[in-house]
Ligand binder design. Structure first.
Ligand code: FAD
Length: 468
């Protein structure tokens, strides 16, 4: 039986939707509409980061684009608070809202790979491991995140980096077309030729411009890669980071290689070099040899493996249900003093689940101008991620404090900006603007055009028309 539902409005007030209104929405969608009284509600509102525990008034579990149209039109007509969930893997937890309407896309997992055109249409509920499964059947892939459980939607809309970034650019650089329902309840296709401004904004502007119902990606021939971890004791961290810094800047673009200051399963603090070479395997052996032969590794697990294999390596380290507080910064440079600061603060980590990751991009991602897409940080040399992760809520302040201290310690070498996809729920307006960087004024103008009432506000939000 459908009952009245109290819901949060865009004016931040509560109002009652009568039972007939909710029943009408239910009748219009092919998927389902859940309230707190319905079976499956708690599972549907759950997201990856256990720090976020929000209770939407309504969850529309969309079965397809038609349901997205209904949900957006309902939200716009009723002027209710809206959140949009793709993979539910964002640390800020913007996929779910308190008291509003959650548009849940997680059941929309359709994908059609065209091996001849080397392209795929993919729906926004897909996770990277599902996307890779389908494209790998044809020996194809595109740049996606390094954890298979991450959603393709949020990641791509914010930029998207992963093992193929240096060879093939960001995930958003590989978009050929996007189908989106905008705040006026209209379905639009955005490509470089059609709705070009919208297409530009969707490649880095996050969830600000509408609800994406399908992405068309360019695919590349990628099947077996030379990839895996080389692990050293933490005592070797300074030497390894300096060596890696000098090595990676001249390495071929087929190689993407990150550094992780992590804790091994046996409790030993270590430094891990995680690498993926996506070109000729023999050439990869030659390229990776200096990295593998430097120092005295505890483990060298680099070997030819299917691309989906390396995509699966990090998943177990980031399970659903842990508490997470992350910080991100783009670094202008990585001098020895910065290396010392990174290692010193990583060594102070209080949770064996926490990690500090140094990523170097360059390559294809850096050849585009900052204003080619909404994602602007093409010239940044390094990206540092401080990943606070733990299980016990009583320890929140300890691990949050550690992440913040570590983030402060690298400030002298950083640009103001963080990677938008890694911002937490406490980022603040200036950090959000810095994350959009030089493209903020154009994004704000386009936000005013496509979403003047800021219907899509539960994201790293761009205020409509605010260009100062
Ligand atoms: P969700 O939480 O579902 O969505 C996040 C936001 O994206 C939503 O609030 C909404 O604003 C928007 N959104 C989602 N779907 C849509 C849609 N269809 N239409 C419009 N807006 C939408 N990023 C990388 O680039 N590379 C990585 O390797 C990487 N690894 C990660 C590993 C882990 C363990 C985690 C937690 C995150 C990682 N990220 C990585 C960050 C990731 O890009 C973001 O968290 C991203 O938001 C996840 O997308 P999602 O769809 O799973 O998230």
């Amino acid at each position: 039986m459908t009952m009245n539902v109290e819901i949060m409005t865009l004016a931040n007030t509560k109002r009652t939707l009568d039972a007939a209104t909710v029943a009408d929405l239910r009748a219009r969608v092919r998927g389902s509409v859940l309230t707190a009284a319905d079976a499956g509600y708690d599972a549907a509102r759950r997201i990856w980061n256990a720090m976020i525990d929000k209770r939407p008034a309504l969850i529309v579990r969309c079965a397809g684009a038609a349901d997205v149209l209904e949900a957006v039109r309902f939200a716009a007509t009723q002027q209710v608070l809206v959140s949009v969930r793709g993979g539910g893997h964002n640390v800020a937890g913007t996929a779910v809202c308190d008291g509003g309407l959650m548009i849940d896309l997680s059941l929309m997992k359709g994908i059609q790979v065209d091996p001849v055109a080397r392209a795929a249409w993919a729906q926004p509920g897909l996770l990277w491991q599902e996307f890779d499964h389908e494209t790998q059947a044809f020996g194809l892939a595109t740049t996606g995140g390094v954890v298979g459980e991450t959603g393709i939607a949020g990641l791509t809309l914010g930029g998207g980096v992963g093992w193929l970034v240096r060879k093939y650019g960001l995930s958003c650089d590989n978009l050929l077309a996007v189908d989106v329902v905008t705040a006026d309840g209209q379905f639009q296709r955005a490509t470089p030729e059609e709705n070009g401004d919208l297409f530009w904004a969707l490649r880095g502007g996050g969830g600000n411009f509408g609800v994406v119902t399908a992405f068309r990606y360019r695919l590349h021939p990628v099947s077996t890669v030379l990839a895996g971890l080389v692990i050293h004791p933490r005592d070797a961290a300074r030497d390894m980071i300096r060596f890696h810094r000098d090595f990676i800047t001249t390495a071929p673009e087929e190689l993407t290689s990150y550094i992780g200051l992590i804790t091994a399963p046996d409790g030993q603090p270590v430094i891990a070099l995680a690498s993926c070479y996506c070109g000729d395997l023999g050439e990869g052996e030659r390229v990776l040899r200096p990295l593998r032969e430097f120092g005295s590794p505890l483990i060298d697990d680099v070997k030819p493996i299917p691309y989906a294999g390396i995509q699966g390596v990090f998943g177990p380290a980031f399970p659903w249900g842990n508490r997470n507080y992350w910080k991100s910064r783009f670094l202008r440079e990585l001098p020895d003093a910065a290396v010392d600061a990174v290692v010193e603060h990583a060594n102070r980590g209080k949770s064996p689940l926490s990690a500090v990751v140094l990523e170097y991009y360059g390559g294809a991602a850096s050849r585009l101008a900052a204003d080619t897409t909404a994602f602007p940080h093409r010239a940044a040399a390094y990206h540092i991620l401080i990943l606070g992760q733990w299980r016990d809520a009583a320890e929140d302040s300890v691990h949050v404090g550690w992440a913040r201290d570590c983030w402060e310690a690298v400030r002298p070498w950083s640009s103001a900006a963080a990677y938008m996809n890694m911002l937490g729920d406490d980022a603040g307006a200036q950090a959000v603007r810095d994350a959009y960087g030089v493209n903020y004024p154009r994004l704000a103008a386009l936000k005013a055009r496509f979403d003047p009432n800021n219907l899509f506000r539960l994201n790293q939000n761009i205020a409509p028309g605010e260009i100062q």
